[in-house]
Design a protein around this ligand. Structure first.
Ligand code: SAH
Length: 391
C-alpha cells in the first residue's frame, strides 16, 4: 500500500468508506492467517523497572507503586494453569528488572519448556545480547519489544536511555533496515539481534502519544512492513497520572490538526493497516483497546485485522500492581473468568479458538525459505536479502 493511501485512511472520517477498510483487513486476515483466534496466557512476573519511560506507570520514578516479583514456583503455577485452560503459549512480561538475571530466566524458561508443551514468549524490555542468546538456547521461542514510535525525537523524549547505553547507541549505515532505523531508536538494533538468534520477532507502537503526528504513524506502519515482523502489537496510548507524559505542560501536542487522537476508531484503523502491511503476522486485539472500549473493543480488533488475544493469568494480587496505565480491562477477573468471557466473545464473532502453539505464519514462511525449519536457533535467521521484504 502506498504511503499516501495509508495517510488517507488514517485521516478518513466517513464511516461508510471505513467499512471498506475493515472489510479489506478482515479478508486479508482470513486469507493469510485463517479464522482461528490464538489465546496467549499473559504472566506479568515483575513490576520492578529501572527505566524512566515517560508514558509507563512502572517507571522507576513512580515511588507510589508497590513493587513485586513473582517466585519461580508462582510463575510455574501460572504456566500450569495456562495449560489447563488450553493455551498454546505463555507470555512472560515484566518491567526492565535486572534481578530477572540471565541465569534465573534461563532456569525458569527451561522448567516451563520441560513441564509444558507451550511456546514461551518473552517481553522483558531491552536486554543484553548474551541474555537474549542464553534465553533462546534455554528454549524461548518469541520476543516482544515494541519500538513505540519511529519518530526519533519523540522516542528520545518519552524513552530516556539508560546511563550506560548512551555511548553504545548503534551506528547507522551497515545497509540493513534494522541498522539504518536503529539510528533513530536503539530498540530496532535489538530486534535485529532477536531475528539473528532465531526468535519469532514482535514489535509495535502506541497510538496517540502526545506529539505524535499522522505522518509519524504512517512511518510506524511502513516500518512494520519493512522489518518483516512476525508479531505486531498496536494499542492506544493511555494516560497514567503518575508519569511525566500525563502533564500536558511538559509535553506539547503536535501542530493543529496533526496530533493523532487516542480513540477506538484510530486504533482500529492502525490494526487494519497493520494487517495489510504484514498479512502473515500474528496481531493481537490488545488489552489497551479493550480498556478504551470495555463493551466490545476486543471484538472490534478481531473483526478488523487481529487474530490473537492475550488473557491474563497473573494472580490477582499482582495483576492490580502491574499498572502500566490505569483502569486496565479485565483487572478484577480471575484467569478462569477471563478465559470464559473471551471464548464466548470469540464464538459470537463466528470465529474459532486456535489449537496448538499458534506460531506466526510469517516466521514459518521465513524459516521454510531459509531451509532451517522451526527451532533452528541462530541458524534459522534469514539472509540479509530476506530482510526488508514485506511481512
Ligand atoms: N518492559 C517491557 C514491557 C512493558 S509493557 C518493555 O518495555 O518492552 C508492554 C507495552 O505496554 C509497552 O511496550 C508499551 O507499548 C505499552 N504501554 C506502556 N505504558 C503504556 C501506556 N501508558 N499506555 C498504553 N500503552 C502502554
Amino acid at each position: 500500500m502506498r504511503r499516501s493511501e495509508i495517510l488517507n485512511w488514517l485521516r478518513e472520517t466517513d464511516a461508510g468508506r471505513l467499512e471498506e477498510l475493515w472489510r479489506l483487513a478482515d479478508r486479508t486476515r482470513q486469507q493469510y492467517v485463517g479464522g482461528e483466534v490464538h489465546l496467549r496466557g499473559l504472566i506479568e512476573l515483575s513490576n520492578h523497572c529501572v527505566r524512566l519511560c515517560g508514558y509507563c506507570g512502572l517507571r522507576a520514578g513512580n515511588t507510589a507503586l508497590q513493587r513485586y516479583r513473582m517466585s519461580d514456583d508462582e510463575v510455574l503455577d501460572c504456566a500450569r494453569r495456562a495449560v489447563e485452560y488450553g493455551y498454546g503459549t505463555v507470555v512472560l512480561q515484566s518491567g526492565e528488572d535486572p534481578l530477572l538475571t540471565r541465569e534465573r530466566m534461563s532456569g525458569l524458561i527451561r522448567r516451563i519448556k520441560a513441564e509444558t508443551p507451550m511456546a514461551v514468549t518473552l517481553s522483558l524490555g531491552e536486554r543484553a545480547d548474551d541474555e537474549l542468546a542464553e534465553w533462546r538456547r534455554a528454549g524461548a521461542d518469541r520476543y516482544l519489544l515494541r519500538f513505540e514510535t519511529s519518530n526519533r525525537e519523540l522516542f528520545a523524549r518519552i524513552h530516556p536511555p539508560r546511563a550506560d547505553q548512551i555511548s553504545l547507541l548503534p551506528q547507522a549505515g551497515e545497509g540493513s533496515v534494522f541498522r539504518t532505523a536503529a539510528k533513530r531508536n536503539n530498540r530496532l538494533a535489538i530486534l535485529e539481534t532477536l531475528r539473528d538468534l532465531g526468535y519469532e520477532v514482535g514489535s509495535g507502537a502506541m497510538i496517540g502519544i502526545p506529539g505524535q503526528t499522522y505522518d509519524d504513524l504512517a512511518d510506524d506502519i511502513e516500518l512494520f512492513g519493512r522489518l518483516d515482523l512476525d508479531m505486531v502489537g498496536v494499542g492506544p496510548y493511555l494516560r497514567h497520572p503518575k508519569t511525566p507524559l500525563a502533564d500536558r505542560r511538559n509535553w506539547p501536542e503536535a501542530p493543529e490538526g496533526e496530533q493523532v487522537p487516542v480513540d477506538e476508531t484510530m486504533t482500529c484503523k492502525v490494526v487494519a493497516l497493520t494487517r495489510l502491511a504484514c498479512p502473515r503476522a500474528n496481531i493481537p486485539a490488545t488489552t489497551a483497546l479493550a480498556t478504551l472500549n470495555t463493551a466490545n473493543g476486543r471484538e472490534l480488533g478481531l473483526a478488523r485485522g487481529a487474530n490473537v488475544v492475550m488473557p491474563n493469568v497473573t494472580p490477582k494480587k499482582y495483576r492490580i500492581l502491574y499498572e502500566i496505565y490505569p483502569d486496565k480491562a479485565c483487572i478484577a477477573e480471575t484467569g478462569r473468568e477471563c478465559r470464559r468471557c473471551l471464548i464466548e466473545r470469540i464464538e459470537a464473532l463466528g470465529r474459532r479458538l486456535g489449537s496448538g502453539r499458534g506460531d506466526s505464519p510469517n516466521y514459518q514462511q521465513r524459516s521454510a525459505a531459509d531451509g532451517a525449519g522451526r527451532g533452528g536457533g541462530p541458524t534459522a535467521a534469514p539472509t540479509r536479502e530476506m530482510r526488508g521484504k514485506k511481512c
